[in-house]
Design a binder for this molecule. Structure first.
Ligand SMILES: *[C@@H]1O[C@H](CO)[C@@H](O)[C@H](O)[C@H]1NC(C)=O
Ligand SMILES: *[C@@H]1O[C@H](CO)[C@@H](O)[C@H](O)[C@H]1NC(C)=O
Ligand SMILES: *[C@@H]1O[C@H](CO)[C@@H](O)[C@H](O)[C@H]1NC(C)=O
Ligand SMILES: CC(=O)N[C@H]1CO[C@H](CO)[C@@H](O)[C@@H]1O
Length: 498
């Protein structure tokens, strides 16, 4: 005798079919654990339909309905059914035009989600001023690990209500409050409460209106957030002056990998304090001090000590008005230091260029060439000569992989000849682009044979861009035969008019 399926099984089969149909209609893959409806143009009706499916999604762990502009104000039906998906770990609702009512409904719904580890509400500007109905509902011992509230127009009141909640979220690992310009005055409170967030690993306070007192309070928090790996304080223009006291506490952050202090109006005194501490952050990989116009003169001692950071990969110091001696220190640091992969120096002044030449001479790494651009003067052609001079000493650039020299039509035959002769040391170069500016065309000069000779030596090269250089038919032939004759497979891209 065959056993009949019980009602609940029939139910669940029918329910799952509904889920499948709905997901297929949205052009997404159905999965019982992960419902991703990101950017599907969902409407209020869809939300109601989704809500009715919750009883059939009892295994759901991840729900992403971010980037759906039309569901603002319609969340309630869904939140009322959250008790069916109590295993939910991840809930993403960024950029949904959530309203105050939605936030309140979500707060109510949170009680049904005892396993929630990640909540993303970023880019919902109406949360501003309306966060507390949500934070009030966060229970003691809440398992939340990741909370993102980027660009939500949060107010100081929201910041305060969040601060009061933090002690109930003991597992918090990622707190992203970036781009909330008006929470500055509550950051002191938030920082104080972070003292209990001992698992905190990422703290993003970019553009949060942090002032000196906030920085000092953070300093105190650094005494207990030992696990912090990423600290982003960028674009807090009134923070300058706060680091001179807080910097000393950074020393506790032994695991810190990323320190972003871009555009923080760092002062000389701040820099002096940071110089004592940054070289002790032995896990540091990325340091961004860009757009601090006042540190040009005080950065040299720090650069001289960067060699103590064994894991450092990237130092960004764009637009810092660096002086001769800071450049020197930096170039020495590059010279000794093979771990460094990226140095960003976007200095425009001519005086910087001679120094850049020095850095290039010492560079062991993949460089960013963007600092060579100064459109307002004809100095571009000088730039390239500096570069060429550095190149011809080669060897130092043996790790360079990509070299983009597009638009350098004005450097002349002699310049190119010198350039191709100097390229020999670039053992790892795989892409080279010397294309001309669109709408210009030029004949290849005498340097063409230097190019070919150079290509035989660049054993790693796989792509050569020469758009808009006009090749004679015999030059084309020589390029076409090159791969065969030399057992290579370089892809050439060149002007193909005839
Ligand atoms: C926060 O940490 C302090 C000591 O670091 C402790 O005395 C206090 O009880 C903690 N507060 C909560 C709510 O856990
Ligand atoms: C700091 O945060 C901003 C905003 O989230 C981000 O764009 C930037 O990349 C972060 N900085 C670093 C070094 O990760
Ligand atoms: C380009 O260089 C000149 C100095 O030759 C300098 O005065 C000018 O400010 C630079 N332009 C930019 C955009 O930095
Ligand atoms: C003179 C000139 O066009 N210089 C260009 C050389 O290549 C670099 C890197 O692409 C450009 O930034 C310069 O403008």
């Amino acid at each position: 005798e065959e056993s009949q399926p019980v009602d609940s099984e029939i139910d669940s089969v029918a329910g799952w079919r509904k889920v499948k149909q709905f997901m297929q209609k949205m052009g997404k893959k159905p999965s019982s654990k992960n419902v991703n409806l990101n950017n599907c143009g969902l409407t209020a009706t869809d939300i109601v339909e989704l809500a009715t499916m919750m009883p059939h999604l009892t295994d759901l762990e991840e729900l992403d309905i971010s980037w759906n502009d039309f569901i603002g104000g319609t969340l309630k039906p869904l939140t009322l059914h959250l008790q069916h998906v109590s295993r939910l770990k991840v809930l993403k609702l960024s950029s949904c035009r959530l309203t105050a009512d939605d936030i309140m409904a979500l707060g109510e719904g949170l009680e049904s989600l005892p396993n929630l580890e990640e909540l993303d509400l970023s880019w919902n500007s109406d949360i501003g001023g309306n966060l507390s109905p949500l934070t009030l509902k966060i229970q003691e011992g809440c398992p939340l690990k990741i909370l993102r509230l980027t660009d939500c127009d949060l107010t100081a009141e929201d910041g305060k209500s969040l601060a009061k909640t933090l002690y109930r979220v003991p597992n918090l690992e990622v707190l992203d409050l970036s781009i909330n310009k008006n929470i500055g005055s509550s950051l002191r409170l938030i920082a104080e409460e972070l003292r209990n967030a001992s698992r905190l690993s990422v703290l993003n306070l970019q553009m949060c209106g942090l002032k000196q007192d906030g920085i000092r309070a953070l300093g105190a928090a650094f005494q207990s957030v030992f696990e912090l790996k990423k600290l982003n304080l960028s674009c807090n223009k009134e923070a300058g002056g706060g680091f001179k006291e807080a910097a000393a506490q950074l020393v506790n952050l032994k695991q810190l990998r990323v320190l972003d202090l871009r555009q923080c109006s760092v002062t000389d005194a701040d820099m002096a304090a940071l110089t004592q501490v940054i070289p002790l952050l032995s896990s540091l990989q990325v340091l961004d001090l860009s757009s601090n116009r006042n540190i040009g003169g005080s950065s040299q001692p720090l650069f001289s000590r960067l060699r103590f950071l064994p894991k450092l990969k990237s130092v960004l110091i764009n637009n810092c008005a660096l002086t001769e001696s800071s450049f020197q220190a930096l170039s020495m640091c590059c010279y000794r230091y093979s771990g460094l992969r990226t140095i960003g120096v976007k200095e425009f002044a001519i005086s910087g260029l001679a120094n850049i030449k020095r850095i290039l001479n010492n560079l062991l790494i993949n460089i960013i060439l963007y600092f060579l651009r100064n459109k307002s003067t004809s100095s571009g052609s000088h730039d390239i000569y500096f570069l060429l001079a550095a190149m011809s000493q080669a060897g130092h650039l043996s790790k360079l992989q990509t070299l983009d020299l597009t638009y350098n039509g004005t450097i002349g035959d002699e310049g190119w000849t010198m350039f191709f002769k100097g390229l020999k040391g670039l053992k790892e170069l795989s892409e080279l682009d010397i294309s001309l500016r669109p709408s210009t065309c030029q004949d290849c000069g005498l340097w063409f044979s230097d190019l070919l000779l150079c290509l035989t030596q660049l054993s790693g090269l796989t792509e050569l861009g020469m758009e808009r250089w006009i090749l004679t038919s015999s030059q084309k032939e020589r390029l076409e035969c090159f791969n065969k004759e030399n057992k290579r497979s370089i892809q050439f891209q060149y002007y193909n008019s005839t």
